[in-house]
Ligand binder design. Sequence first.
Ligand SMILES: C=C(O[C@@H]1C=C(C(=O)O)C=C[C@H]1O)C(=O)O
Length: 480
Amino acid sequence: MESPRAADQPVLVSRSVRLDGERPSFRATLNALDSPRTVWDAADEPTVVAGGAAATLTADGPNRFDHIRQAAESLFSSGDVHAGTEAACPRLFGGFTFHADQPTETDEPEVGASGATVDTDGGLTTEPQSDDATATDASPWAAFPDARFVFPRVQVTITDRGPWLTVNAVGPDASVEAVETRLETERERIESLPVADPETPRPGIVDRRRTTTPESWRAGVTAATDRIEAGALQKVVLAQALEVDLAADLAVGDILSRLGEKYPACNRFLIEPAGPEPPAFFGATPERLVSLRGRTVETDALAGTTGRGETPAEDEWLACELLADPKNVHEHDLVAETIRDQLAPFAASVSAGEQQIKRLANVQHIHTPITAELAEDTHVLSLVEALHPTPAVGGLPPDKALETIRETEPFDRGWYAAPIGWIDAAGNGTFAVGLRSAVATRRQATLFAGVGIVGDSDPDREWDEVELKFRPILDELEAE
Ligand SMILES: C=C(O[C@@H]1C=C(C(=O)O)C=C[C@H]1O)C(=O)O
């Protein structure tokens, strides 16, 4: 049964089926899917592993959130969807750059009425879409536009009650019959994947280049604290990049699988642009930007950091010291207050929980959970736009902080510290902040880590905090 379609409108067809047998291995599933691949694994949500692009939405510039929202609404409005369970419903996965006006090097296919570029696969072909960027481009972000969302061709959703498979198609040639046939072949393929398979060893690092020397870091932090003391700025988050050459090929499935074991409270993600050997942006971030279900919003203020102890008693001591430290509490309070202010125009009510400790394998953070009930129906991307960047990754006031970041950091943040997540047809979604992350090609990775600077920040202690925040990814790249 086909839905009516306008001749000039892309049509979306989506079908899902429950997979039988034991859940296939995460790595085997990821490795079996075509690029561009997506991984999304957030607390209290089903894990999604997806591949291929039935449609790709891209947008540039300061209005990128709005352009993607409009393009997504238009895409989903043409839907002929049978999902079987809510978790298997078709979704768009992607993200944004940190700054609004990155130079981009994408192809320019047809531009949709929304201002976003909508590129469909015209049905169910298996040709990879073309992007010009290759591993030899100077910026690791050359293949990442200001905003990019992929509507996957194949989506495997692992729920508490078992795995589901979704197959999507978009375009004038998309047909229910072709999608149902593909659903059957993909089901056979995924069900026959191994439930366990051997991991490859960590690749090892042969060379590393830090963007920032200890001297230039000290100078940058001191210039920022001078600005704060002069009253022009309250807080700024300064970051560093670390570029490493790998001794063996990067196996992103293995890295994500180990990150999941070591950082179970974090949100794992993988985003690939298109191309035969696309770069990958991946990580395990502790920070949720926002999640929206209906009119209920959940978010987190996460800022203020200390290390882990050698013993549970030392951990506890460090946590108590962190919660009593005026510098870290000030840094945290600025974030929590700003998030509440940013949500206020949308909300009938906003409430913040108790300050608590979020304890990860490498660090401990101060964490305040924040919830809100919206006054009216709102798309998750409108909230993303209002919240990004929070002072946990930008600063206060936002304009002065962004100016300081641009003047100080000698590299492009790209998608680091920016919103990464998913949206569905109803405008629900979850977005994380792309931290504890790297952008990598087969033999090279660039890692990012930043710290909040307030008036009494000490450059050397902040340097040590950057080191701790590189650890999650660095540990997975260094040979044992
Ligand atoms: C900027 C980063 O982390 C952010 C900064 C923190 C801080 O300054 O204490 C803590 C958590 C994050 O909000 C990063 O991990 O790169």
